[in-house]
Design a protein around this ligand. Sequence first.
Ligand code: NAD
Ligand code: UDP
Ligand code: UDP
Length: 357
Amino acid sequence: AYELPTRNFDLVNAAGARIPLGLKSKSLRVLVTGGSGFVGSHLVDRLMARGDNVIVLDNFFTGRKDNVLHHLRNPRFELIRHDVVEPILLEVDQIYHLACPASPVHYKYNPVKTIISFITLFSSRLRYHKTNVVGTLNMLGLAKRINARFLLTSTSEVYGDPLEHPQVETYWGNVNPIGVRSCYDEGKRVAETLTMDYHRGLNTEVRIARIFNTYGPRMCLDDGRVVSNFVAQALRKQPLTVYGDGMQTRSFQYVSDLVDGLMRLMEGEHVGPFNLGNPGEFTMLELAKVVQDTIDPNAKIEFRPNTEDDPHKRKPDISRAKELLGWQPSVTLREGLPLMVSDFRQRIFGDLKEGGS
Ligand code: NAD
Ligand code: UDP
Ligand code: UDP
């Protein structure tokens, strides 16, 4: 049988810090699809610090090489430019499947940003379908062949415009199957279905996380998400664009809390699905106020028309994750927001390039 290398061989991480030994006796081989994206790169940092051997598969559609640049010289790290829509042969113990073009401007038709043509919009939407369906199928096929544990990063969007509040995992959701958001939310619903079918039918070990809105350093700039928009706008001295009346709510989770939850889920014994999110609920106007307090009290607010099918409210019930994973978020919005500001400031005003590869 293939003998895994012990973790004793590597005492120093990429940042030069000593890694404490004894957290576990063997280092794992871990595949992270979408590992050069926002969440993926933070997960990779944690896995590398733990002493694992990490392979990242990414097509750099919304991710950036910059996010994992600090690991490139580490022999335990491998970055492969690959589209998960194509099959691949690898040998690993765990697969974190994050690959998905997760930025809303890529799938939403926003009446304000008329610059996005319908043709571009269609090809972006097609990419969602292929990645969520074919990409997830390929990664499940891979997990099955090599007996790896597979973790799907699903989304709170599977609850659609929810009729139950807060959302519990047993709620089936309220999704418009032909709406503008459907390539994302229905895509993730199919991905969950595929995952459960491989689990029930083929005994593949799986885990499902339903992630609620997450923010932090390395978030895509200008991808249209509300936290990155407001922070970038406040730093650029532009008005904060509030869509609709600003009374819709979201729950914002700091990225380190999410990564902690994903790792606990992978290491634990429960399939899920598990809501991973911060139950603190904010209207978009309240979020704008936190951004004003954090960055610029004089930042103006400008109201814009909202996008179609926008969920009115969203807040996770995290009782299941608390009970079965011993997990709950620890960073509040007022604590977490300042932690992303210096990263955004540097990327907006510094000479670091943004976008593409
Ligand atoms: P992201 O866009 O920063 O990361 C996604 C990564 O996947 C990018 O690096 C992208 O280049 C890569 N990718 C996309 N399509 C690919 C393909 N076909 N083949 C290979 N790589 C591909 O987004 P994120 O916020 O880090 O999201 C990570 C995961 O978490 C996604 O699956 C997303 O749906 C899920 N999620 C995120 C949030 C959030 O608030 N950030 C909320 C719910 C769910
Ligand atoms: N697959 C892959 N790598 C592997 C094993 C499978 O990319 O190591 C892909 C494979 O090409 C197929 C998908 O995963 O498209 C599903 O594979 P599975 O074996 O479950 O189904 P089948 O190939 O029998 O249809
Ligand atoms: N939103 C906003 N201003 C922006 C971008 C988004 O008011 O500049 C609103 C958007 O209409 C939605 C909420 O913020 O109600 C969250 O949007 P985001 O795209 O960040 O996340 P999702 O809708 O996927 O939860």
